[in-house]
Design a protein around this ligand. Structure first.
Ligand code: CDP
Length: 215
């Protein structure tokens, strides 16, 4: 189980997916689930700050979670929300949704079940600190706000990173923090391959080289 955490647009998704491929592990993007709940909420015109209504809708919805082709797939009430997960409305509301303790408890419980199905590279905000605190393989990928904003702009997305960072770091329920035993990588001046290389180097130092055939 390899945990990768970090702020918005730090490059974690691309790195985590590439790393998972290299190791033959499944890749799980936990943020997609928080985005899925944000999408569900906006579909039902529920205010993201109305925790009671958000949780009420979540409780009566039917979710399915699985790993297919080494990646997580999920549906909500029979719909795959994937095409909507990067909508501007979702970008705007997801931090409020993810601050709701019951939403977190619900999703964290499901995230943990994936480990019974395969070895994982999982990325998010609290994977090393809350979801899998016992894994010795924890990474925190950071980059300057400037570099991250540039990366998001290149993706053509409107996304207020500063607002999301502040909300994600200051919420009461499992805020974005650097786990004490995480290996921190500043990716501001590194390429994706550079970051993956640094992680692989660290995994080798931790004695995984032979087991994972890392050369
Ligand atoms: O990829 P990006 O950094 O834009 O964010 P994401 O990983 O898709 O996560 C979207 C939002 O979900 C974050 O801004 C957090 O509010 C929330 N999130 C969380 O609270 N805990 C996680 N483990 C993952 C995401």
């Amino acid at each position: 189980m390899i945990a990768i955490d970090g702020p918005a647009a730090s490059g974690k998704s691309t790195v985590a997916r590439k790393l998972a491929k290299r190791l033959g592990f499944s890749y799980v993007n936990s943020g997609a689930l928080y985005r899925g709940i944000a999408w569900l909420t906006s579909e039902h015109h529920i205010r993201p700050t109305d925790a009671g209504a958000v949780c009420g809708q979540m409780r009566k919805s039917v979710f399915s979670f699985d790993l297919k082709g080494k990646e997580m797939v999920f549906s909500v009430n029979g719909v795959n929300p994937e095409p909507h997960l990067r909508d501007e409305e979702v970008n705007r509301t997801v931090s409020a949704i993810s601050a709701i303790a019951e939403v977190r408890e619900f999703l964290v419980a499901h995230l943990r079940t994936f480990l019974t199905k395969d070895d994982l590279v999982m990325e998010g905000r609290d994977i090393g600190s809350i979801v899998f605190p016992d894994t010795p393989y924890k990474f925190y990928i950071d980059a300057s706000l400037e570099v991250r904003a540039q990366r998001r702009a290149i993706q053509g997305q409107r996304d207020d990173l500063f607002f999301r960072d502040r909300a994600d770091s200051s919420r009461r329920s499992s805020p974005l923090t650097i786990a004490e035993d995480a290996h921190v990588i500043d990716s501001s001046t590194l390429t994706i391959d550079g970051v993956v290389g640094e992680i692989v180097g660290r995994l080798k130092m931790q004695g995984l080289g032979e087991a994972l055939r890392l050369d």
